[in-house]
Unconditional design. Structure first.
Length: 155
C-alpha cells in the first residue's frame, strides 16, 4: 500500500513539474495555462493574491488547502493551495454569452511547491474562455488585467 501511495505521489509531482515547464513555454504557442515562479511560500503567495484581488473589488469564493487536506487524510503532498475568486458583475456577462464558461469561472489561482522547493503560480489565461467555450474576445479581454495582477503579486 505504501508503495502505491509513493508511486501516486511521484506521478502527481512529475505531472505538476511538466505542467510548470510546459506552461510557460507553451503559452507562446497558444496554451491557456500560465505558470510563473513565485518568490514566496505557497500560503504567502495565496495570501498576497487574496489581498490583491479583494483590493480590486473582487470577492473570494473559496481557499482550498489541498496539501493540508491530504495531510488530514494521512497522505503526503507538497504545499498546494487554490484560490477561487471573481466579481459577479464582470463574470456574469461571459457566462451569459456562453453558459459553458461557468465550468471555468470564477477565476482560479493555484500556488504549489515542486520537488526542489520552488513555488509556482498557475492560472488559466483569459484565452481559455475563448478557445474552450467561444466566449467573444471583447469579453475575455476584460480579464487580461487579472493575469497581470496575479503575476505582480509573485514578483
Amino acid at each position: 500500500m505504501r508503495l502505491l501511495h509513493e508511486l501516486l505521489n511521484s506521478f502527481l509531482y512529475a505531472s505538476m513539474a511538466v505542467t510548470a515547464i510546459s506552461g510557460g513555454i507553451a503559452l507562446a504557442g497558444g496554451s491557456t495555462v500560465v505558470t510563473k515562479p513565485s518568490k514566496y511560500s505557497v500560503p504567502d503567495t495565496i495570501g498576497r493574491i487574496e489581498r490583491a484581488v479583494t483590493a480590486k473589488g473582487m470577492q473570494i469564493f473559496a481557499r482550498i488547502d489541498h496539501g493540508g487536506e491530504a495531510k488530514k487524510a494521512g497522505l503526503t503532498m507538497r504545499p498546494t493551495e487554490l484560490l477561487i475568486f471573481g466579481n459577479p458583475k464582470g463574470g456574469t456577462a461571459l457566462m451569459v454569452a456562453k453558459p459553458t464558461a461557468a465550468i471555468d469561472l470564477p477565476m482560479k489561482a493555484l500556488a504549489w511547491e515542486d520537488e526542489h522547493g520552488q513555488v509556482w503560480l498557475t492560472y488559466n489565461s483569459p484565452e481559455l474562455l475563448h478557445e474552450r467555450h467561444g466566449v467573444p474576445t471583447q469579453l475575455t479581454s476584460k480579464l487580461d488585467s487579472i493575469g497581470k495582477l496575479l503575476e505582480a503579486t509573485v514578483e
